[in-house]
Design a protein around this ligand. Structure first.
Ligand code: ADP
Length: 320
């Protein structure tokens, strides 16, 4: 059994990371294990910016977005020398295992650390994109989807008043999950995702027909990886002559107080991660599969690409 562990958040922040880190800390303390918090991800680990945590250090954070530990992107971590220095900084403090909460990139960095040094690593998927292989869920995706829905509800009001086409660009460079679930639940007519091809000419013909038949407005949700909202809006306007407006939601999608789902799931994952690493397990990521917590091989999680559920694509078409 390990006697001292550490936890960090890394890469893009996401709502619920605080709940996950809090659960790691409190679970470790509950079973009498020392736990360190590392500030600002791998950057902080290299800068030796870490402190031993008490229960009160994670008080009053479960309701906050962002991450109280801070996060960063760190180029030095991409080198074996950087990772070896990070390992040394852990060993110097008697830290025997590390929980990394982050996206794809952060988990890849964690996997390399484990591979090169043998230090036990457990990962938790923290990203609004819901794009980590092996898990139905990533920490923060529910809050982000709800933020988008809130924006869609407001955009619909103004679109309807003016008979406009609204193009809403949302986050998701490689993954259309956010666009898809928010588009479906926001009643979008078109949802453009990087996982599926689309024909804008055909869409424009359809749009014109719909307006001629009396439609009051059209909502198009675009994942950033499926094309630029601005460019798509310009083309729709030119090809259809319809009054078209583009809205790019941007970083607001990353923030906000986490939803109940994100708080509960992140807490469940945090507890599992702490117990697993304390018991000496390594090279796993905890996620969810059909409502249950599951462990996923870390190497598999970072080398496989998660696919968008094809049923979503079909549903979006049927409901449009
Ligand atoms: P996210 O974790 O949200 O996907 P990034 O892809 O920016 O965010 O990764 C966060 C950090 O993880 C990077 O700044 C880097 O320090 C580390 N990282 C990412 N990819 C790798 C990699 N292939 N090898 C080693 N470290 C990596």
């Amino acid at each position: 059994m390990l006697k001292s562990i550490a936890v960090m958040t890394s890469g893009g922040d996401s709502p619920g990371m605080n709940a996950a880190a809090r659960a790691v800390v409190r679970t470790a303390l509950y079973v009498g294990v020392k736990v360190w918090g590392i500030n600002n991800g791998y950057h902080g680990l290299l800068e030796e910016d870490m402190f031993e945590m008490q229960s009160k250090n994670v008080g009053d954070i479960i309701q906050r977005g962002g991450t109280f530990l801070g996060t960063a992107r760190c180029r030095r971590w991409q080198t074996p020398e950087g990772r070896m220095q990070g390992f040394k900084n852990l060993v110097d403090r008697g830290i025997q295992g590390l929980v990394v909460i982050g996206g794809d990139g952060s988990l890849r960095g964690a996997q390399l650390l484990s591979q090169e040094t043998g230090i036990p690593i457990v990962g938790l998927p923290g990203t609004i994109d819901n794009d980590v292989w092996g898990s139905d869920y990533t920490i923060g995706c529910d809050t982000a989807a709800n933020t988008i829905i809130d924006a869609i509800n407001k955009l619909r009001d103004t679109a309807s008043a003016h008979r406009r086409v609204i193009v809403l660009e949302v986050m998701g460079r490689n993954s259309g999950w956010l666009a898809m679930v928010s588009g479906i639940s926001g009643g979008a007519e078109y949802i453009l995702v990087p996982e599926a091809e689309y024909d804008l000419d055909e869409i424009c013909i359809d749009m014109k027909k719909a307006y001629e038949a009396g439609k009051r407005y059209i909502l198009v949700v675009v994942a950033e990886g499926a094309g630029s909202g601005k460019e798509i809006g310009k083309q729709i306007s030119e090809k259809t002559g319809l009054d078209t407006r583009v809205s790019i939601l941007g970083y607001v999608q990353r923030g906000g107080s986490p939803t109940v789902i994100d708080r509960v799931k992140a807490s469940q994952l945090g507890e599992k991660a702490a117990l697993a690493i304390i018991s000496g397990l390594s090279d796993i990521v905890f996620g969810f599969d059909r409502g249950n917590v599951v462990s996923i091989n870390l190497h598999d999680a970072v080398t496989n690409k998660k696919k968008l559920n094809p049923e979503f694509l079909h549903l979006a078409k049927v409901l449009a």
